[in-house]
Design a protein around this ligand. Structure first.
Ligand SMILES: [Cu+2]
Length: 201
């Protein structure tokens, strides 16, 4: 609380000194930098809106699922970014959810001009690095909800527990969202062909 008050005070001072900024250009840059830093801190305080999750050294940034049509057996989950601030590699090795019978870690790739996907042992998040599991990313990583109990409706949220080799388990909230544009079309096509070929369990 005290920190917030001080930050507000600092921001107030920054705003009320336009003249000095004109007279002393070097200070202006300094003040702009400070203001940006303070704004970043304030944004950090409102974590509920950011939709990212933390576990140990890992951050899980914006996990989403694509809506599914009635009768569609499987669903796909994407994570904008998995970041690792630690000194050791970690790996997303499994996941579980009450919304499907099981979950698998998948990778989508082109095989002789045909898009296919297969189960992989895990997705490595390099030490002091990051990996994308974003929709339409070239890596093609995603989590598959195998045999959904019900369709995924746009706008809904549901919990999924991610299981990491080192960091352990963390439950995140998945947002079901549709994306417009080529990225989405590409992806939907991919999963139809992949599901037809590779998801007979
Ligand atoms: Cu898949």
């Amino acid at each position: 609380m005290q920190t917030l008050t001080q930050v507000q005070f600092a921001l107030g001072r920054l705003r009320t000194s336009p003249l000095s900024a004109v007279i002393h250009p070097p200070y202006r840059a300094l003040r702009t930098g400070l203001a940006a830093m303070i704004m970043a801190m304030l944004v950090g305080l409102g974590q509920a809106t950011a939709h990212d999750f933390k576990k140990g050294d890992l951050s899980i940034d914006h996990p989403t699922a694509t809506p599914t049509a009635p009768g569609q057996p499987h669903g796909a989950i994407f994570i904008e970014k998995l970041k690792n601030s630690g000194a050791k590699d970690d790996q997303l090795i499994a996941a579980r959810s009450g919304i499907s019978k099981s979950m698998e870690v998948h990778r989508m790739s082109m095989d002789k001009g045909v898009m296919a996907m297969r189960e992989i042992p895990g997705v490595t998040i390099p030490a002091r690095g990051a990996v994308s599991m974003a929709r339409g990313s070239k890596e093609g990583y995603h989590l598959m909800l195998m045999n959904l109990n019900r369709p995924l409706k746009e706008g809904e949220k549901f919990p999924v527990t991610l299981i990491f080799k080192n960091a352990g388990e963390v439950t995140v909230e998945i947002e079901v969202e549709k994306r417009s544009g080529a990225e989405h079309g590409h992806h939907t096509g991919s999963h139809k062909s992949g599901a037809a070929q590779g998801h007979k369990h």
